[in-house]
Design a protein around this ligand. Structure first.
Ligand SMILES: Cc1cc2nc3c(=O)[nH]c(=O)nc-3n(C[C@H](O)[C@H](O)[C@H](O)COP(=O)(O)OP(=O)(O)OC[C@H]3O[C@@H](n4cnc5c(N)ncnc54)[C@H](O)[C@@H]3O)c2cc1C
Length: 367
């Protein structure tokens, strides 16, 4: 199969769900990824408020179901009743790979894309590191944090702030249905999480977008592990560190240039407030797939910008609000007293509203 309708750079979260949707609509789609094995990741578990059915995923991808999220500052604890999934990243991606239509979707691994070529106002090929060219009618940058094309064409700035996180898989002594978020100076001024798994295991992680703190991330997580309240919850029993980075940019809303469409971390579609990417990227990919389908059906690339319009209608206000909250939280995280006070005040906010803020879905308040 040659002459692809769509060439997707990146077979991660965004690329695979987009390939699935385009395959369903019988568009010839080529997915290129620089990794040799699409199921190799630098971390393996995720927390998500997503609705599995909405994205055609089964319960098989769930590592643990959570019904309570506990927010911890130095001296305060606020329990919020909420459903949250801890997802097994590998299982999510296996389900996505199995759902691709082999008649329409081709995956090539070990292909490291380096550039894109343009003739007049149309992108014509992407070129890999061996100078091999791949042709398509529409190109998708789904290359994640690397943002290989979106940076080149100016849809994302070249210098980008990153939030970086490290994680350990540890023994868990707490309630398996209770997840934990750790905020405040006592938690090293960053942002920590404990995601319970099955069999009395959990993931404990710590992340920040402060350049100074990033330098000693692992050592800071070790200090968190020594705190008495954390020692009651987890025991570190191995040395394997997992982790990675998420782009923290100002909120972007331009994702299309001519016949190039960008989805996922390549244009920073992670919700700023808790760094949740999956739900938001899945939904953005579904929105993008509709605009791509319409463009190909009507042979009119102008429809591609409907992705931007629909994304803005669905997400822009939520993202702007999440970004402001993220910036405020970062400031308050440097002060234990302030964070305690905020958690105390949060007790007057209903669980439902607290979950809306945590999940970055403020807009639902208006429904
Ligand atoms: C430590 C950490 C914890 C996180 N926790 C959560 C969480 O709890 N919940 C949540 O929802 N989200 C979480 N996220 C965010 C989420 O993982 C990302 O937002 C999401 O995976 C991004 O998807 P993507 O498809 O844009 O990029 P990716 O999934 O990273 O896929 C990009 C793909 O592009 C390929 N690629 C890159 N460059 C090239 C190139 N030049 N040529 C060809 N291929 C290329 C890569 O190999 C990769 O396969 C976390 C992220 C990190 C780092």
């Amino acid at each position: 199969m040659n002459n692809f309708d769509v060439v997707i750079i990146g077979g991660g979260t965004a690329g695979l769900i987009l390939a699935r949707e385009l395959g369903k609509k019988k568009h010839k789609t080529l997915v290129l990824d620089r990794k040799k094995d699409l199921l190799e990741f630098s971390f393996n578990t995720l927390g998500s408020f997503l609705n599995l059915k909405e994205f055609d995923l089964t319960e098989g991808v769930v590592a643990q179901e959570i019904n309570t999220i506990s927010l911890h500052s130095k001296n305060m604890k606020r329990k919020v009743k909420s459903d949250l999934y801890i997802l097994d990243k590998k299982k999510v991606h296996i389900e996505l790979l199995n759902s691709l239509d082999p008649e329409y979707v081709v995956i090539k691994t070990g292909i490291d894309i380096k550039s894109i070529t343009k003739k007049n106002n149309t992108f014509t090929t992407v070129i890999d590191k061996n100078k091999e060219a791949y042709f398509g009618k529409i190109f998708i940058d789904a290359s994640g944090t690397n943002a290989v094309i979106s940076k080149k064409v100016g849809l994302r700035s070249k210098k980008v702030d990153l939030a970086t996180g490290v994680e350990y898989n540890v023994k868990y002594l707490g309630n398996p249905a209770e997840g934990h978020l750790l905020i405040g100076k006592v938690y090293q001024g960053g942002y920590g999480w404990i995601f319970p798994l099955k069999n009395q295991r959990a993931i404990i992680g710590f992340g920040t977008f402060d350049d100074e703190i990033v330098k000693g991330l692992k050592e800071r997580l070790h200090k968190i592990l020594e705190l008495p309240n954390i020692k009651k919850l987890v025991v570190k029993d191995n040395e394997k560190v997992e982790g990675g980075s998420i782009p923290i940019t100002p909120v972007l809303d331009k994702f299309v240039l001519h016949n190039l469409v960008c989805v996922g971390d390549s244009v920073s579609q992670v919700n700023p407030i808790v760094g949740e990417g999956y739900k938001f990227i899945f939904e953005a990919a579904l929105i993008a797939s509709k605009a791509i389908h319409k463009s190909l059906e009507n042979k009119n690339l102008n429809h591609l910008t409907e992705y931007e319009t629909d994304w803005k209608n669905r997400f822009l206000l939520n993202y702007q609000r999440s970004k402001r909250s993220q910036e405020r939280f970062f400031k308050y995280s440097q002060n234990n007293f302030l964070m305690d006070y905020i958690l105390f005040l949060s007790k007057f906010v209903s669980d439902k509203r607290a979950v809306r803020s945590l999940s970055g879905e403020y807009g639902l308040d208006k429904v």
